[in-house]
Design a protein around this ligand. Structure first.
Ligand SMILES: [Zn+2]
Length: 120
């Protein structure tokens, strides 16, 4: 999963003419299987050798929210308990918290080629 995120980010950055990715902000819903700490760890393991090497990954977590199909109340909940907090119905529909979004990518562009980077 992290590899797919990294690929999507580097492709977007390359398409924009980036030479380097400085930081990335992603939004991860609490209802996904993705654990932010694990994502950070994987990011550091996968980025060396890519445009994103040395970049900062900022993870914004969003809580789960659903709407009850019986009483139409919206309520917050975690990954394990999705029952309506108002009427107790199990007939609920997730409206947020299951998303994985790339919010922002901060990059260096090729036109600024004045860096004196030395390969070590
Ligand atoms: Zn309800």
């Amino acid at each position: 999963m992290t590899q797919e995120i990294l690929n999507a980010i580097t492709q977007a950055a390359e398409g924009a003419g980036a030479t380097r990715i400085n930081s990335v902000r992603v939004t991860i819903g609490e209802l996904t299987e993705i654990v932010p700490d694990a994502l950070q760890f994987a990011w550091e393991a996968l980025t060396p050798g890519t445009l994103a090497e040395g970049s900062v990954l900022e993870v914004v977590e969003t809580g789960g929210r659903s709407i009850c199909l019986d009483c139409t109340k919206e309520f917050s909940h975690d990954r394990f308990e999705r029952r309506c907090t108002s009427c107790g119905s199990y007939a609920t529909k997730v409206i947020s918290g299951d998303e994985l979004l790339i919010d922002d990518i901060d990059v260096d562009l090729a036109e600024d080629a004045s860096d004196g980077e030395a390969e070590g």
